[in-house]
Design a protein around this ligand. Structure first.
Ligand SMILES: [Zn+2]
Length: 289
């Protein structure tokens, strides 16, 4: 804490000699205090408190590539043209990576950053209508729209509705127009079939999906589910997992190309619509460099 600072005794200024002239400048503890405050204001939930770039497990190719992109993003920030959209199945480290980037950007660049779970954000906005509170929709959305870097976690987890699409469309559009970087994570699949309930188009609408393509590099992450193989997996345990787990990308691809959790629902839709699901559609790559 600042009171304990041996250099400035809590004044947060220190004297330096420049060209033989003594001047006052910010003490190092001022920056430390600022970063501490910014990290607190970023609202990263306690369960992700230990997520750092340095502890991201990147055993699989797509995880290694995602890690490279994350590092590049942090180095370039704020001179980045695009945000990141990290998508893929559960448990591959998408949120871990997003939180790691956010904290690193706050620490090294002093950026104002915010973390929001999509579902929680929508709940907070909705609460401003329901209760007789003073808080307005914009009180909740202001920091979301204005943060230097926003992490919007688990996009598509909320049941889609016109209101959900409109509200998320507002966030996406405003940040796009203001050229503010956003990192999204999502379990959605980039399905060309607009009736696929797990697809970006079905959940968010075609316009918002196009915006996301324009404003983000889409980074697909696959990998062993850390909740299944455990942390610090060995090549052997991953190989074992890849061979046997129904959630392994290998096995998912063999069956239908959809995450196992959604298979039943999506298949039912496909049967109804009579449409053919296309494996490995690469529409998301339109946003990549
Ligand atoms: Zn000090």
């Amino acid at each position: 804490m600042t009171q304990d600072c041996a250099i400035c005794q809590g004044s947060r200024w220190k004297s330096v000699v420049v060209d033989g002239v003594e001047r006052l400048t910010r003490c190092d503890c001022w920056r430390t205090a600022l970063v501490e405050r910014l990290l607190k204001e970023a609202r990263v939930p306690a369960r992700y408190a230990r997520c750092e770039l340095g502890t991201f497990e990147h055993d699989m190719n797509t995880q290694r590539e995602a890690f490279r992109r994350a590092t590049r993003f942090v180095e370039a920030f704020p001179a980045v043209d695009k945000g990141l959209l990290l998508y893929g199945p559960h448990g591959v480290g998408k949120t871990h990576l997003a939180v790691g980037i956010l904290k690193e950007v706050i620490r090294t660049k002093g950026a104002r950053g915010h973390f929001f779970e999509t579902r929680e954000l929508l709940r907070l906005v909705r609460d401003t209508f329901n209760r007789g509170t003073e808080e307005t929709e914009m009180d909740v959305l202001g920091p979301v729209l204005e943060a230097d870097l926003l992490v919007l976690d688990d996009l598509g987890a909320e049941k889609s509705s016109e209101w959900v699409q409109e509200t998320l469309g507002l966030v996406v559009n405003t940040r796009y127009n203001a050229r503010r970087a956003t990192i999204f994570t999502s379990n959605l699949v980039d399905s060309p079939d607009n009736t696929d309930p797990q697809g970006f188009i079905f959940q968010l609408g075609a316009r918002t999906r196009s915006r996301l393509v324009e404003m983000c590099d889409w980074v697909k992450i696959e990998g062993a589910d850390i909740r299944e193989v455990g942390p610090h997996a060995t090549p052997d345990s991953i190989a074992e997992w890849q061979k046997n787990s129904p959630a392994s990308p290998q096995n998912v691809k063999k069956s239908s190309g959809l995450p196992p959790k959604t298979k039943g629902m999506a298949r039912a839709r496909l049967k109804d619509s009579g449409l053919q699901y296309e494996l490995n559609w690469s529409g998301g790559k339109a946003g990549s460099k």
